[in-house]
Structures are given as C-alpha cells and as structure tokens.
Design a protein around this ligand. Sequence first.
Ligand code: NAP
Length: 281
Amino acid sequence: MSIPRYAVIGHPVAHSLSPRIHAAFGRQLSIALDYSAIDTAAEEFDMTLGAFAASGGVGANVTLPHKQRAARACATLSERARRAGAVNTLTLRGGEWHGDNTDGAGLVRDLTGRHGLDLRARRTLLIGAGGAARGVAPALLDAGIGDLYIVNRTSERADALADALGQPGRVHPRYLADLKQFGEFDLVINATSATRTDGLPDLPMSLVGARTAAVDLSYGEVAIPFLAWARAAGAHDAIGGLGMLVEQAAESFALWHGVRPDTDPVYAHLVEHRASLVTAD
Ligand code: NAP
C-alpha cells in the first residue's frame, strides 16, 4: 500500500522546516508518512493543488503567500478558518478540500504554554494583515486580550481584517504612519514578511513598555531585526516564531492523524540547531 502524501505549499518554500517537523512527529509516533515541500506561484496554486491530489496527496499545509487563496479553493471551512478568511491546513475529504487554520491555536499555545504569558487584557498591536495576521487575530481575541490595534502597509487590508473580526468596540484598524500616537502596548506582534524584502517598517520605541511582550511570527534570521528592536526598546519578552511553527504543525498533525505529538523534544532540537535556521514558514 502506498504511503499517503502530505506537503507544505508556498512560494518560496525550499527552506521550510515543516517537512523536518512532520517527519520528526511521524518518527515519534511510528506513523509512516511522505511530507514534501511544493513551491508554486500564486497564479498556479489551484492547478498545483489539483495535481497534488491526483498524485495521492491527502493533506497540505499552506504558507505565504497562499493562505487566503487556499481558503477560496476549499469546499468546506472550519469555523476558525472561516473567521480568519485564511487556511493553513488542507485535508482531502470525499474528493474535496476541507480548510482549517491552526496558526492562531499554535501561537496561543506557544505564548501561554511554553513562554508562560498571561494574554488576558493585554492591549495588543498587530502589525500586518496578511494570511498569518488573519490566522492569529481571532485566536488572540478568544484568548482574552484587551483592545486589538491593527496596522498594515496597505491600510485597506487592516480595515478588511478588522471588519471580518466584527468587534468594533475592541478592534481598531489604524494607519502604520500614525504609530507614534498610540502609546504603549502589552503585546506587539510582527506578522509582516517585511524583513524578507525591504526591511522592518519604522517602529517607534514608544510602543514598548517594561511589561511588553514582543513577538515576531517569523523565526531565524528573518526575525532578528524586530527582536533586536524590541530588546533595544526594553521589552520584557522578545519571542520568535519557532515555537508557534512547531505548535501549529502539531495541531495540523493531530487533525490528519488523530493523535497529538509531543512538541517539546522537536522544539528543543530545532533550538539547538537554531544557527542553521534561515527562513520561516
Ligand atoms: P502574506 O500573506 O504574504 O502577508 C505579508 C504581510 O506582510 C502583509 O501584511 C504585507 O503587507 C506585509 N508586508 C510585506 N512586505 C512589507 C513591507 N516591505 N513593509 C511593510 N509590510 C510588509 O504572508 P503571511 O503568511 O501573513 O506571513 C507573514 C510572516 O509570518 C512571514 O514571515 C511568515 O513566515 C510568518 N509566519 C510564521 C508562522 C509560524 O508558524 N511561525 C506561521 C505563519 C506565518 P501588505 O498587505 O501591504 O502587502
């Protein structure tokens, strides 16, 4: 019998850690699986997904820049994927794709479990409104954060995300250029991919206070500029996205295989080899 195929689909995706993480989970639980990385451009996403299913693909993770497109390719969506309008986990059911989003659960589990943060009532700034921001925002609200401010290079996308979240008294889209006016936040999350291309947007240090946790959803060298900015501004915590990556993968793995792996040894192994991590999912 052939082994079911899984993959992470993105662009670029060659350095993704997801194949390593899923292989480690499979070894830990004695589950044989074939998990690869598939690089495809935005306009070819639907065709690539069709070809993947035709070749025995039954589950896929989706990474930048395809998460919103993946949501549109699904016949059905989980409640959290519907709220996010973005999908990072695809499962083939009865010949059709079902979409879920494990990014938010992965981030909250990493911050509260691994890093011991109490998220309740934290005044929060989310920088970015792409697929990752869409995935984490509903989960942060559900975890009990206080007011959520959203800024994005393209301000219309921040507005659209705030509208989709549907809590006008609590969620506030704002202009990136106005950041100096907002005062301190208890939680600042960088959900942009800006450092991959143009560099970090100009962030005033006034956003950070002695209690602030600063979190970059990226990891490795991509996360260094934001985490260095946060430390220089005096943040209490400066946390990269590696833990979230492992936790969202575990959540996807549990959806596909019905059993949750132990993430701690896999995370510890990746931290030990941190120097070789050059990119992010
Ligand atoms: P995406 O859908 O392509 O969105 C990119 C976001 O970055 C948008 O908000 C975009 O703004 C913004 N951006 C891009 N270049 C910028 C620049 N030069 N200046 C300011 N803003 C800029 O990507 P994504 O899926 O949301 O991923 C975002 C980051 O999160 C990536 O680095 C990804 O690796 C990381 N991530 C990590 C995990 C994890 O498990 N740790 C999971 C998901 C994502 P516009 O709307 O204006 O284009």
